[in-house]
Design a protein around this ligand. Structure first.
Ligand SMILES: [Fe+2]
Length: 257
């Protein structure tokens, strides 16, 4: 299986090798970021209002105009609700205004697929990235037992699932056909930009390269939690990989409000 994954020679990285490196970190080509943890004090991202200001200013400095930030909804660790997210968004928007940060800020959620999510799906209106787009994640280690069923229920409830960082689910590395299966089930796939840098490990990078090369991604996201992520995004923007991202047909620009 691994030879199928990694055996093919990567053309994508060398395709843009002749292009000059950008002099300034500028992700304005993407316009909108749709996966991050910028609301203060409600998950493992920004812990304080000061963190929120630094992170949002960092995104604005890289040319993003729209941020749809996505706090974890994970009952065991980050038991957020629409109410906690809406209240924190209000605080963050006041900070954006007070600090003159040139960004339009909205909030959705990164839903962890478990029994709690199944319950929410049946009983509540989910927070969407835009229209019917819902960002979901699941365990890195094993496939959720009800994955296919829950994805089906999302579709029949009118939602369009975006699978967060599929390259990071290590249990899927052994069965790369599962990525196409997700697409066949009507899912959209979201690349974590930092996966391309090796930030999460070389094995994650290899799978991200493969999915990018196969054209299986639909969106990309920063998944930024803290300043180290912003620094790494700045570095990626002035690396040869910038051109691989900028020349890929990500749908992020369609998310601007
Ligand atoms: Fe995330």
């Amino acid at each position: 299986m691994f030879s199928r994954l990694f055996g093919k020679k990567k053309k994508t990285e060398s395709e843009y090798a002749h292009l000059p490196l950008p002099e300034k970190a500028d992700w304005s080509v993407l316009k909108a970021d749709m996966h991050s943890h910028f609301l203060p004090g409600i998950d493992d991202g920004a812990q304080t209002p000061e963190d929120t200001v630094v992170l949002l200013q960092g995104m604005a400095d890289m040319g993003y105009t729209d941020i749809i930030t996505t706090p974890h909804v994970m009952i065991d660790h980050h038991p957020n609700t629409t109410a906690t997210i809406t209240a924190a968004l209000e605080t963050a928007r006041e900070l954006v205004t007070r600090h003159n940060i040139n960004i339009k800020l909205r909030a959705a959620a990164e839903y962890y697929m478990d029994d709690h999510f199944d319950h929410l799906l049946k009983t509540e209106k989910l927070l969407t990235i835009k229209d019917n787009l819902v960002l979901v994640e699941y365990s890195m280690m094993y496939e959720p037992p009800r994955l296919a069923q829950t994805l089906f229920e999302m579709r029949t409830s009118g939602y369009h699932p975006i699978i967060a960082h599929p390259e990071r689910y290590t249990f899927m590395h052994r069965t790369p056909d599962k990525y196409q299966e997700l697409k066949d089930r009507g899912c959209l796939l979201q690349l974590n930009l930092l996966s391309l840098t090796g930030y999460y490990g070389q094995h994650i990078k290899a799978v991200a390269d493969m999915l990018l090369e196969k054209g299986l991604y639909d969106y990309c996201g920063s998944d930024a939690h803290h300043e180290r992520h912003i620094a790494a995004l700045n570095k990626l923007a002035i690396s040869p990989d910038y051109h691989r991202v900028a020349n890929y047909p990500f749908r992020n620009p369609a998310l601007v409000s």
